[in-house]
Write a protein that binds this ligand. Structure first.
Ligand code: GLU
Length: 392
């Protein structure tokens, strides 16, 4: 491929490390290798039958054509119900945009607003694509470094110290990928106070893991708790993680009308509407029964406990207990000498031993890796046995 044709924007980014590792694991499996993939955040549960039935019925009814670019009215109504019922955010269907996964919503919000030199505060360890999206848009990533001993959470004062007149966004992800950090309402209150002093700062609240909190506390989110800030918050959600619908590619976002309009303007020129059949399936997900979520959450909590204790029993590895989402962010500092201090080599070593994980450095961390525990117990046990063997 001819590099001189690449745009300056594209030159600033690399391929997503989570999807790259997962594609690699898939290719190895297709070549006959026995590889367990714990590299991607994707529930292993089957998509609920009522969702599948709705998708089939939609196809039979002709949902094979364009829809309005930013989503059908029915799905926007269902998403508004979801924002109100599940996240406590008052919103009207007109304030909703439907996207191809939460990823597209975040990309559009940043691409529609961030200009050369604008600063975006991103707590680290971060989800791999946040900094890439900021760089693609021409913005400066300002890392807000968090630490395991503080639950991978930042304090309001840490945020305040990084805000400048060029700060345009704060990215918030609770429960967080890759650490599972959860911000309770008290911590968000302090963050809200800082934001009130800096009216130029918008917040992108990525709430995609909201149903997966293991502490028993309710999900807390800025736009619900502090209505005076709601016109500066874009909240992103979806059905991928909650309803095991990753392949349907449906995300939803709500925020100020001007931002939702701008995101739609971009979407109308870039991708058009998300798949019509997927939108019909997402309506069923939001409007249908939600009782299985508690059961899935309990399964994930058991898997978390299994992985945390197995990881902490392997000499040289340690992980805190994540409060939410389905990832463990594993520290391997004592072992890094064997890999020349390069956790990418550590991840490749584990892949050689039949387990795909993603290096901590891909998330702005270091000396470790992320495990997704969205796999069944027997698979997780076998993966952990292989990891222990590989590092013995
Ligand atoms: N968000 C998931 C992950 O971190 C899906 C893959 C991706 O888009 O990064 O594994």
């Amino acid at each position: 491929m001819s590099h001189e044709h690449l745009s300056p924007a594209l030159r600033r980014i690399a391929a997503s490390p989570t999807t790259a590792m997962t594609d690699r694991a898939t290719a190895l499996r297709e070549a006959g290798r026995d590889v367990i993939s714990l590299s991607v955040g994707e529930p292993d549960f089957a998509t609920p039958p009522h969702v599948i039935a709705a998708a089939k019925a939609a196809l039979d009814a002709g949902a094979t054509k364009y829809t309005p670019v930013t989503g059908t009215l029915h799905l926007k109504q269902a998403a508004a119900l979801h924002f109100r019922r599940d996240l406590g955010i008052a919103c009207q269907p007109e304030q909703v945009i439907v996207t191809a996964g939460g990823k597209q919503a975040i990309f559009e919000a940043l691409a529609a607003t961030v200009g050369e030199g604008d600063e975006v505060i991103v707590p680290s360890p971060w989800w791999v694509s946040y900094p890439q999206m900021v760089r693609f848009a021409g913005g400066q990533v300002v890392p807000l470094v968090t630490h395991a001993h503080h639950g991978f959470r930042f304090e309001a004062g840490d945020l305040d110290a990084l805000i400048t007149p060029r700060t345009q966004w704060l990215l918030l992800n609770s429960p967080g990928n890759p650490t599972g950090a959860v911000y309770p309402a008290e911590m968000l209150r302090g963050i809200a106070e800082v934001l009130r002093r800096h009216p130029q700062v918008m917040v992108l609240s990525d709430d995609i893991y909201a149903p997966l909190i293991y502490t028993g506390q309710p999900h807390a989110t800025l736009a619900a708790l502090f209505p005076d800030l709601a016109d500066r918050v874009c909240t992103v959600s979806g059905v991928s993680k909650s309803h095991a619908m990753t392949g349907f590619r449906i995300g939803v976002a709500t925020g100020p009308a001007w931002l939702i309009e701008a995101m739609g303007r971009l979407q109308s020129n870039a991708s058009g509407n998300p798949a019509a059949v997927s939108q019909a399936a997402a309506v069923a997900a939001f409007e249908g029964p939600q009782d299985f979520l508690a059961e899935w959450r309990e399964r994930f909590r058991q898997r978390r406990d299994l992985v945390v204790s197995a990881v902490n029993a392997i000499p040289g590895l340690s992980t805190p207990v994540p409060d939410g989402a389905f990832y463990c962010f594993v520290d391997a500092t004592p072992l890094m000498g064997r890999f020349g201090g390069d956790d990418g080599k550590l991840a490749l070593h584990l892949l050689e031993h039949g387990v795909a994980v993603v290096a901590a450095s891909a998330f702005g961390g270091k000396d470790g890796f992320r495990i997704s525990f969205a796999a069944d117990e027997a698979v997780l046990e076998e993966a952990l046995r292989r990891i222990a063997g590989a590092l013995a």
